[in-house]
Design a protein around this ligand. Structure first.
Ligand SMILES: Cc1cc2nc3c(=O)[nH]c(=O)nc-3n(C[C@H](O)[C@H](O)[C@H](O)COP(=O)(O)OP(=O)(O)OC[C@H]3O[C@@H](n4cnc5c(N)ncnc54)[C@H](O)[C@@H]3O)c2cc1C
Length: 385
């Protein structure tokens, strides 16, 4: 029995959107979910499957021109939801490619940079990453200490970066450094001497995703590789808002996969001579979870409409990221509980989603930081920075 669409959300999507979602759902079921727990245990990033997402117009989905799909934010959100139903790490790759690498090139790059990078990135032939965080500057990126200095027709960059998703496999890195004491975005191409990404391998979370630290030692890049209009922290934050939007949708997919798995299990698992799904306390868990999943979908949907109209307040994006990640974590925890002891095994997906969501809770602005953004919006008083 499929889960009833109580709020008839399918009526809010076009036939095209539903068809596209079904195609991607099939791909995630067939090419990702069957292998995801093994990849997770091995810490393997499935590059081939990740690049195949281009066939579904995932990369740079909302961008116009330069062979990008030019779709709506709702289209994009629906795709993020399907991908994260597979794995948050795979969705992270897709978010970084679209929101954190292609978006800044599209928004802040020169015509030559857009022509050079965007068409091939949309096809998944070239991969991008985004490097803002440093070992000593996570929630306060404004304090970053990586420095770029002008030297003839080049910039020379020195510093240390951390937690850069996809850095060791990327063809281009959007990297933020201080130029004359002001934050500035640069493009660093793979193989540039002095640009040294090293994979972080000892993670318990997002193991189907490449994370890296980067040391920059007299890394010389041509002046043409400055992202001229990516000036100040505001430009970096505008990219993060795009990525936060994709998280608000994506985590619904992770919650949905946990919910489906737990529901199926609860109907089959017999205790006290009855399926555990027949017990009132377990039904309460399902009722609470489904209410929260549907509420998160409604929040994401309205946010998508506002994004399409160019009217989304950054605080509204923070609210959706914070609420929906909290929702997904709570759903994953409850589902793990319903599965009992087997819930910790890799025979099921729940534990993988749960540990992945710990990273999603922290990256693209921690839960606290989004709380403070909302707090500032509501009170007019800034409690941080
Ligand atoms: C798997 C993964 C992938 C990532 N990918 C990328 C990437 O591609 N590019 C990139 O640039 N970064 C990336 N990040 C980095 C991520 O954005 C940072 O981890 C995040 O911003 C938090 O920084 P931090 O880890 O240094 O924690 P900290 O900033 O040290 O925070 C630690 C704790 O202190 C709290 N805290 C900090 N300041 C305040 C305050 N003012 N008030 C209240 N509480 C506060 C935080 O909420 C948190 O609970 C990634 C991180 C992970 C885990």
């Amino acid at each position: 029995m499929s889960i009833p669409d109580l709020y008839q959300l399918s009526d809010l999507f076009s036939t095209d959107q539903i068809a596209r979602r079904s195609r991607l759902r099939w791909f995630i079921d067939d090419q990702v979910l069957h292998h995801a727990n093994r990849w997770f245990q091995e810490g393997h990033f499935p590059l081939e499957q990740a690049q195949a997402l281009a066939d579904y117009n995932v990369f740079g989905a909302t961008l116009k021109g330069y062979d990008c799909p030019g779709m709506s934010y709702i289209d994009y959100g629906l795709m993020m939801q399907e991908i994260e139903r597979g794995d948050s790490g795979l969705r992270s790759f897709a978010s970084v490619q679209s929101a954190l690498a292609m978006y800044p090139i599209h928004a802040f790059g020169s015509e030559e940079q857009k022509e050079k990078w965007l068409p091939k990135m949309a096809k998944g032939e070239l991969i991008g990453c985004f490097s803002l965080t440093e070992p000593d500057h996570g929630s306060d990126p404004g304090g970053l200490t990586t420095v770029a200095v002008e030297d003839g027709d080049s910039f020379i960059i020195n510093g240390k970066k951390r937690w850069c998703t996809s850095a060791t496999i990327a063809d281009v890195c959007i990297l933020f450094a201080k130029l004359n004491d002001r934050i500035q975005g640069f493009l660093i191409e793979k193989g540039t001497p002095g640009f040294n990404p090293v994979e972080i391998t000892n993670k318990f979370s997002l193991r189907i995703s490449v994370s890296a630290e980067i040391s920059l030692e007299d890394c010389r890049i041509p002046k043409a590789n400055i992202l001229t209009d990516a000036k100040g922290l505001k430009s970096a934050l505008s990219c993060l808002n795009q990525a936060r939007y994709s998280i608000a949708w994506g985590v619904i997919g992770a919650a949905f996969d946990c919910f489906e798995e737990a529901l199926k299990y609860a109907k089959q698992r017999i205790q006290f001579e009855k399926p555990i799904a027949s017990f009132q306390l377990v039904q309460k868990q399902f009722a609470d979870m489904w209410t929260e999943i549907v509420s998160a979908q409604l929040l994401a949907l309205r946010l998508g409409e506002l994004m399409d109209e160019g009217k989304a307040d950054p605080a509204a994006i923070s609210m959706a990221k914070r609420n929906n990640v909290r929702m997904a974590m709570e759903v994953a925890r409850q589902c793990r509980d319903i599965l009992g002891a087997v819930g910790i095994l890799d025979d099921y997906h729940v534990m993988r989603h749960l540990t992945n969501l710990e990273s999603v809770f922290t990256y693209e602005g921690t839960d606290h930081i989004h709380t403070l953004i909302l707090g500032e919006k509501l009170t007019g008083l800034r409690a941080f920075g």
